[in-house]
Design a protein around this ligand. Structure first.
Ligand SMILES: C[S@@+](CC[C@H](N)C(=O)[O-])C[C@H]1O[C@@H](n2cnc3c(N)ncnc32)[C@H](O)[C@@H]1O
Length: 247
């Protein structure tokens, strides 16, 4: 499958999700209870529905990233902005959060959410995670929530993450990986790809890609098998991975 086709399908899928959240007449694509499964009541309190309705992650990377005041955080595939807003709170006014997303509708939703919440230490940038609109050696912590599986070029993504991190910087991602190969017909189904399954790598390959990008201390912090049925039964796992860029 061509990279351009994949990006187009993914962008259309998430553009539609953002439109449904912002539409006056929509019943939204909200997955009931999804945000509540990933985030604590305390984290969700005070967040508008236009943030929580569009949550599409598979983890809670900010909870594990032990963010500190003053840090610069980058969120890959920031969606409606939930992890950026939680990170912004953790790093405070002396810190800064950058969210990057390639879907214009999602970006607009995140920017509107920031304005609504009057959060001033978050900036949302349009861009692809394979070619980050971020300077070299400028970020303390990179987070990402269920996005890298969607990329047709994961090696490039992790090289980019390495480039933008400061020496000693950390990456902490939640993502979907495969425990066994999926049939070609499933992998080539664009709806399955956009649903964070078709593009997922085998777990060992995913970890090897991070090591190949130059990272040290590549570690699975936690892992949970994803409950799927049919062809996908026992094939998918949600993992949280951390890694360091050496000093
Ligand atoms: C599954 S959603 C996750 C959104 C958010 N991280 C969350 O937890 O709710 C995937 C997001 O990543 C964006 N995305 C997917 N592939 C991307 C890429 N190659 N570059 C930049 N953004 C991408 C999509 O537009 C979408 O907003």
């Amino acid at each position: 499958m061509k990279e351009t086709e994949i990006r187009k399908a993914v962008r259309e899928h998430y553009g539609e999700r953002a439109r449904q959240v912002t539409s006056c007449c929509s019943t939204t694509t909200r997955r009931p209870g999804h945000a509540e499964k990933l985030y604590s009541r305390e984290e969700l309190s005070g967040l508008p529905q236009s943030v929580t309705d569009v949550v599409a992650g598979c983890g809670n990377p900010t909870a594990l990233a032990s963010l500190r005041k003053g840090e610069v955080v980058l969120d890959l595939g920031s969606g409606g902005g939930i992890d950026c807003f939680l990170a912004a709170n953790a790093v405070g006014q002396s810190g800064k959060v950058i969210g990057v997303d390639m879907t214009p509708e999602m970006l607009q939703l995140a920017r509107d959410n920031a304005e609504k919440m009057q959060v001033t230490n978050v900036e949302f940038r349009l861009g692809e995670i394979e070619s980050l609109p971020v300077a070299d050696n400028s970020v303390d912590v990179v987070i990402s929530n269920c996005v890298i599986n969607l990329s047709p070029d994961k090696a490039r993504v992790f090289k980019e993450v390495y480039r933008v991190l400061k020496p000693g910087g950390k990456v902490m991602v939640s993502d979907m990986v495969l425990l066994r190969e999926l049939p070609e017909s499933v992998r080539n189904d664009m709806a399955v790809w956009a649903g964070c399954v078709g593009g997922a790598s085998l777990k060992e390959e995913y970890l090897a890609t991070i090591v190949a990008a130059g990272f040290k201390e590549v570690e699975i912090v936690s892992e949970a098998a994803s409950a799927r049925t049919g062809e996908l039964a026992g094939a998918i796992s949600s993992i949280k991975v951390s890694a360091l860029k050496a000093n």
